[in-house]
Design a protein around this ligand. Structure first.
Ligand code: CMP
Length: 475
């Protein structure tokens, strides 16, 4: 910036110097030839050097005025440089006017207007010769008037999709610096005909980056890991949280896209690369795997030490549920065999208030919220995590679901149906009692806010046990 200002100052001084030299030349010319020129036989021809010198002086004067006006005055008043096209038009118009005045002064007998208007051939020649130039010129004017983009914006233009940062718009072309540091000039008339994709500098422009993971990796975990990895990478805007979403379910991979917003869009190549690198490291740390073409092979292997079976893991989980603590190991194993596992994504509803349902669920891992509607909006009455259960009210009383249950993170639950519970209750009738206490407590908590209703539901609990027994056909 400082360098360009000093070069502008030097340019201004050079113009000043050249103007003084030409003015001096004119003075000398006038002193030595002025009188002879007026008296000479070929006056018109003799005037040519004087016209040229005056034209040169006019040109230098216009350039000087241009530099003074646009390099200094315009920047001081507006805070930015005047567009090149405006400067060029100024130079052209000012010089033409001055030249016509000089010409008229020397050759007052020549009618310039008539010369231009009557000369049809001159018009055709000028028209044909300047066809492209004029096209570019007027397209340049319309680009300046429309201001679809500015210096510093990234644009994609032309059929060859030239991409780069706009460096300037002249009366002939748009100058773009590509990401390989090449200069591309797209003529204004061509640019006016094409669609131009503009990524304004002041705008939060987004990019998409793709990756794929194995089907065995959890989507919720992948979203969390990738998003956190990207959000604090350099040049990723903190104003909008990056979005990680499934783009496709491919043949051997889950295909993902990351959408992120950039502070400086002109650096998108580097930022894309950094984002990919961050995702690689984050996936690696979290035990998630990039996909590659896969095939499922089932190998049978004789092992000496017996691995823990899924059934044993489930029995283990059930043994940690307080109401099942009276059950023997064998009963727990039986119950484990009868359960069905389900996995839910964050935000999914596991149970909807008012629905019919005849099974209960144990949270194997994850977290759910029990919600009731209040003034049309959900109110959370409880948060349940690993080892907690829900849905027992519907299962033991046969009544519609009293609340909705929503997963707040990826959650795995074990479903216990009516038949499996009936079998357990037949050998463990005490279980019905402990469950009836939980139901009474929860009903009371649901009725919280109305003391009467809470009291009534606790009193109901005695009747609850007998209705559970009746419902399951127990004595
Ligand atoms: P159910 O009525 O079958 O379905 C909704 C479930 O939400 C309900 O069974 C209970 O398991 C659970 N629930 C309702 N209220 C509470 C509460 N206050 N605390 C914990 N869980 C509850």
């Amino acid at each position: 910036m400082a360098a360009s200002r000093s070069s502008q100052r030097n340019q201004l001084l050079a113009f000043l110097f050249a103007t003084i030299v030409v003015a001096l030349a004119l003075y000398l010319f006038d002193r030595f030839f002025g009188v002879r020129m007026e008296q000479g036989p070929h006056t018109n021809v003799a005037k040519i050097p004087a016209v040229i010198l005056w034209a040169l002086l006019a040109y230098l004067g216009v350039r000087l005025l241009n530099a003074a006006l646009f390099d200094f005055a315009f920047r001081v008043r507006r805070g930015y440089e005047a567009p090149t096209l405006v400067r060029n038009i100024f130079t052209l118009v000012a010089f033409t006017v001055l030249f016509v005045l000089i010409f008229k002064w020397f050759y007052s007998e020549v009618n310039l207007g008539a010369l231009f208007t009557t000369s049809a051939i001159f018009g055709v020649i000028i028209g044909l010769a300047l066809q492209d130039t004029l096209g570019n010129f007027f397209s340049g004017i319309s680009l300046h008037a429309d201001r679809p983009f500015q210096v510093g914006d990234v644009i994609v233009v032309g059929q060859q999709k030239h991409t780069g940062v706009v460096e300037g718009i002249t009366w002939r072309a748009i100058k773009i610096r590509t990401f390989q540091n090449h200069i591309v000039l797209v003529s204004n008339s061509n640019a006016a005909k094409e669609a131009i994709e503009v990524c304004p500098r002041e705008n939060l422009n987004a990019r998409l980056v793709f990756f794929s993971t194995l089907y065995t990796d959890s989507p919720a975990k992948t979203i969390h890991v990738a998003r956190e990895a990207v959000r604090d990478a350099d040049n990723v805007s903190p104003k909008i949280t990056p979005i990680v979403r499934i783009r496709d379910l491919g043949d051997s991979s889950i295909d993902w896209e990351i959408k992120y917003w950039l502070e400086d869009y002109a650096k998108y190549n580097d930022t894309d690369a950094l984002v990919r690198q961050r995702v690689w490291y984050a996936l690696r740390r979290s035990g998630l795997t990039f996909a590659f073409p896969t095939r499922t092979l089932h190998l049978e292997r004789k092992v000496t030490t017996r691995p823990i079976t899924l059934e044993e893991q489930i029995a283990d989980r059930l043994s940690a549920v307080d109401v099942f603590s009276p059950l023997s190991t064998e009963e727990l194993r039986q119950l484990a065999t009868a359960t069905v596992g389900h996995v839910f994504a964050p935000g999914e509803t596991l149970i909807r208030a008012g629905d019919e349902g005849s099974s209960m669920f144990v949270v194997h891992n994850g977290r759910v919220e029990v919600q009731v509607a209040e003034n049309g909006r959900p109110r959370t009455v409880a948060v349940l995590t690993e080892g907690n259960f829900f849905g027992e009210m519907g299962l033991f009383t046969g009544e519609p679901r009293t609340a909705s249950v929503v997963a707040t993170e990826e959650t795995e639950v074990l479903e216990i149906g009516h038949a499996a519970m009936k079998q357990i209750l037949e050998t463990n009738p005490d279980l019905a009692e402990s469950i009836s206490w939980t139901i009474a407590e929860r009903k009371a908590s649901l009725a919280a806010g109305s003391k009467q209703a809470a009291q009534a539901s606790i009193e109901e609990s005695a009747g609850l046990l007998s209705s559970i027994k009746r419902f399951f056909g127990l004595r």
